[in-house]
Write a protein that binds this ligand. Sequence first.
Ligand code: FUC
Length: 338
Amino acid sequence: MQIKKELFDKYNGQDIQRFTLTNDNGVSISAISLGATWNAFEFPDKNGKKANVLLSMDNSEEIMKNQYFCQAIGRTAGRITKGTFSIKGKEYHVDANEGTTTLHGGPHGFNTQIWNGSFEDNQIVFEKHIDSTDDSFPGNIDVKIVFALSDDNEVTITYSAKSDADTLFNPTQHAYFNLSDHDNVYGQTLTINADKYLELNKDKTPTGKMVNVANTAYDFRSDLNIKKGIDDMKQSVGHTYDEVYVINDHSVDQPIATLADPDSGRKVSIKSARNALVVFTPDDLDGVKFTRGDGVAHMGIALEAQNLPDTPNHEGFGSVLLPAGEEKTYTIKYKAEF
Ligand code: FUC
């Protein structure tokens, strides 16, 4: 494994560092200290031609202007209705950043923080102490985000946290993928191990209802061409994918989703023990400057492994409680095949 640390750029007068791991197959990942952002995932196609399969950006200003692209998301992925939830009968209000909703940890989420980065045992490690007064969530927490790359081309991202008071912890990595050399994901296919998705209100908060995917454009249970899916969604429900899939009970070794590009032969399968995957294929990426070029509709697909959002406000969504003094660790794995 080769490791490399370099200066990415400066943001608000602070150095932003870029950390890269490259394995013996020439597969590499990079991450930067601003927002613990995953900045590159490079691997070859079936003919050996390498590409970065993430929607990456070249500078911190662009990353912060657009937010969430391949960034660490926390404390809580997705939307919390009215920024309000209860833990053990006590009601909490956290800062909103989308009308009255708290999205992706609110205005001071993980993605806005500059993390202390280092290499430990050939892994990229980002650490941060976040006070309750910094982001309005209960509990002062210590968070650690680790990026690892194996010799069989699997990326493991681990999120650990410990808090001094009961709080919520539902982190994710907001990766947007495009496995092809084209500027859209139309030729790619997606499979998701989910029989159900969440019904959403107009403001995209969950209603609490889970709906069967069978016989709908939401059905990714066997390889579905993404272009066909988007077209069917537009026709049947009038919008593209911005959906929360309820992952079926599964063993940790079983991928929850697989994205494949038949043309290039590149594939990424995602493993997570958790019960949700958000799929987002934005129409409007105009004006966004990516490393691969100017943003256009459906240039990438976001696949966010997490727990169901708005968890404490719905029966049957499970729990994202981080009890005081306990450490919780969540792992997401991305296996590259080519
Ligand atoms: C996803 C979506 C949202 C949002 C964000 C950037 O999680 O559910 O609608 O726009 O990412």
